[in-house]
Ligand binder design. Structure first.
Ligand code: PLP
Length: 367
């Protein structure tokens, strides 16, 4: 199988990740719940992962909260900053993890910047929207549908200059672009562990620039006599037993990414995405490609997108078709009615993958 659905989750994990998971299952009991050796091994394993995340993402180990995916982290972050009925500015490319959460809170949402690959438009519209003095802003670093890399450093600067708290969704950027809590000055940055960081499913990180409100309450192994959750991070947001094998695997994945380098990973992925766009265009597909694009390309053939993905699947190519849980991004790009076929390259992007995809896509009708 040629796996080109890394936007959903990374599939070819480095062997170190598998080894670390197995090793943790053999060595580790419950962290923070005992002083015996297997509990201490677990505590050390968890702290090692916090340290690795802190080093990679410009924060202290204590600012790292373990979550079960990016959605979990976004929920903690958004529910901390956004009270029911609050005014919130978002980009035109948000995932349902953001928009459904805001909808559920009854937030008044202002969508700013809907032109694909256009930093001038994104920044102008975002700036104007912030002038309405919203209570918070939430924006994605990279669109999961189109691979559009948003100008998050400038957007963060605009929020900071006005004192507007903000959340960055790094679901598609962690592992291929620099992400720093300190540099962005964000209140929260949420990311999955299972995509670009190459950890297993069921892992995620929330980097906290302020104290989060707990989404879950329960045991933390700290301040057990009190009935309120501890005031301090990460315990405040980590009720219940942690996914220690997953966390060990995530640490190994992050170390692998650190070793290869996010710049090399991005360059590999985005070069393949550019060449993929050229090939698909030659085949007569409608391709969404532009400046500031990471390793994801969406296209529309001359047939139903889901059916096209099935044809590709029968030829051994794994891509995703439809709305990709981001109807807002499709509305912005004018593809809400049809969805798109999404090709998303990963850390192992290669010319062979590209060749195989182009060969299989040549069987699809042009648009
Ligand atoms: N945000 C974006 C931009 C995404 O692409 C995704 C997943 O595809 C999410 C949030 C949710 O991530 P998870 O599946 O880890 O909860």
């Amino acid at each position: 199988m040629i796996y080109l659905d890394n936007g959903a989750t990374s599939f070819h994990k480095p062997v170190q990740v598998r080894r670390a998971i197995l090793d943790a299952m053999i060595r580790c009991a419950n962290p923070g719940r005992g002083g015996y050796r297997a509990a201490m091994e677990a505590a050390n394993e968890v702290f090692r992962c916090r340290e690795t995340a802190g080093r990679m993402f410009g924060c202290t180990p204590e600012q790292v909260v373990f979550t079960s995916n990016c959605t979990h982290g976004l929920n903690i972050a958004i529910r901390t900053l956004v009270k029911p009925g609050a005014n919130v500015v978002i980009s035109g490319f948000e995932h349902n993890a953001v928009t459904r959460t805001l909808y559920g809170l009854g937030a008044v949402v202002h969508t700013a910047g809907r032109k694909l690959f256009d930093w001038d438009d994104t920044l102008r519209e975002f700036d104007a929207a912030l002038n309405t003095r919203p209570d918070a802003a939430v924006f994605t670093h990279v669109s999961n549908v189109f691979g559009y890399i948003l100008p998050v450093a400038e957007m963060a600067g605009m929020c900071r200059a006005r004192g507007i708290p903000f959340v960055v969704d790094a679901a598609q950027s962690a592992g291929c672009l620099p992400v720093s809590l300190e540099a962005l000055g964000a209140d929260f940055i949420a990311m999955p562990g299972h995509k670009g960081l190459l950890g297993p499913q069921g892992t995620g990180l929330l980097l906290c620039g302020r104290e989060p409100e707990p989404l879950l309450t329960g045991g933390t192994g700290s301040e057990s006599v009190r009935q309120e959750m501890p005031e301090f991070t990460p315990d405040r947001a980590e009720a219940g037993t942690l996914n220690v094998p997953g966390i060990a695997g995530l640490r190994a994945g992050m170390e692998y990414v650190e070793q290869v380098g996010t710049d090399r990973i991005l360059s590999r992925e985005s070069q393949c995405a550019r060449r993929c766009a050229e090939e698909l265009e030659k085949l007569g597909m409608q391709v969404f490609y532009g400046a500031h694009q990471a390793g994801t390309v969406s296209f529309r053939p001359g047939m139903d997108c889901e059916a096209a993905a099935q044809i590709l699947s029968r030829r051994g190519i794994a891509v995703r078709a439809g709305l990709h849980c981001a109807p807002l991004a499709h509305e912005s790009a004018g593809t809400l009615e049809t969805g798109t076929v999404r090709v998303s390259f990963g850390h192992d992007a290669s010319p062979r993958q590209l060749r195989m995809l182009a060969e299989a896509a040549s069987k699809l009708p042009p648009r």
